[in-house]
Design a protein around this ligand. Sequence first.
Ligand SMILES: NC(=O)C1=CN([C@@H]2O[C@H](COP(=O)(O)OP(=O)(O)OC[C@H]3O[C@@H](n4cnc5c(N)ncnc54)[C@H](OP(=O)(O)O)[C@@H]3O)[C@@H](O)[C@H]2O)C=CC1
Ligand SMILES: O=C(O)C1=N[C@H](C(=O)O)C[C@H](O)C1
Length: 279
Amino acid sequence: MKRVTDSSAPTTPLRRIAIAGASGRMGHMLVEAVREAPDCRLAGALDVAGSAAIGSDAAAFLGITSGVPIVSDLRAGLADAQVLIDFTRPEGTLAHMAVCRELGVQMVIGTTGFSDAQKAGIAEAAKDIAIMLAPNMSVGVNVTLKLLEMAAKALATGYDIEIIEAHHRHKVDAPSGTALKMGEVIADALGRDLKECAVYAREGITGERDPSTIGFSAIRGGDIVGDHTVLFAGIGERIEISHKSSSRATYAQGSLRAVRFLAGQKAGLFDMFDVLGLR
Ligand SMILES: NC(=O)C1=CN([C@@H]2O[C@H](COP(=O)(O)OP(=O)(O)OC[C@H]3O[C@@H](n4cnc5c(N)ncnc54)[C@H](OP(=O)(O)O)[C@@H]3O)[C@@H](O)[C@H]2O)C=CC1
Ligand SMILES: O=C(O)C1=N[C@H](C(=O)O)C[C@H](O)C1
């Protein structure tokens, strides 16, 4: 299979990276991407206690030996790492973050589904360590967010806004973190509060559509990597802005760009707009 690599990757300095959720879908993509990047070294691999992967080599799924075992002891897994890339679950990420904060290990967080209180906890930890948090690491999605900002301002009246996302059958959170971020970007551009205008479900006699709302629809099925469409529906026309991921490699490459960006940071909370210079 052809690999997606970032040709802008510098050859120095070497970044020592630990991966949380190392046996998960994103964990596998990240182990492979780190091993293929000349400026990165796999320095640790974590998974949840009780996982069948504990004790096995992090690259065993590739049919090779990396010399890095998957462990559940956070201190052991982080001992040699400068940065942890974490695509797990909110409760796991927060437990990892407490130890990263203690050890001065930076974090790239791709996990989605955080509550507002959990996000506030991440912002607090970022006073001590550098953290990059984004619900989607792909360049294309982040450019799409910029396009949405512009479209929302230009289509502020007369267009009903609906966000439709589709993901694989294993996804546990809905709407996706990306769909929620799209909603936030659009609501901000329109001077609305997403908490007040989001509609997450419709059933029965719903009444006519309130034009101030932003609707969300989530589809789950098969192996869909991640599709997002924002529909601006007016009278006599519809505009659709879509992004479709066909491989998780794009998220892994975005994560490595974030790792390189963090190399120059002492502390602070960043997102992919900072990494990609889109702010
Ligand atoms: N920001 C982005 O660009 C992207 C974000 N994501 C997000 O990343 C997350 C992971 O996605 P994906 O890789 O598909 O999921 P998987 O379920 O395939 O992988 C999750 C991994 O985390 C482990 N894990 C589960 N619970 C915990 C816990 N409490 N503590 C520590 N580790 C835990 C799992 O172990 P076990 O299998 O043993 O339970 C598994 O190894 C999701 O939140 C998803 O939305 C996904 C793709 C892109
Ligand atoms: O769980 C996934 O797979 C994905 N999750 C992220 C999200 O919730 O937005 C990013 C991407 O869509 C894939």
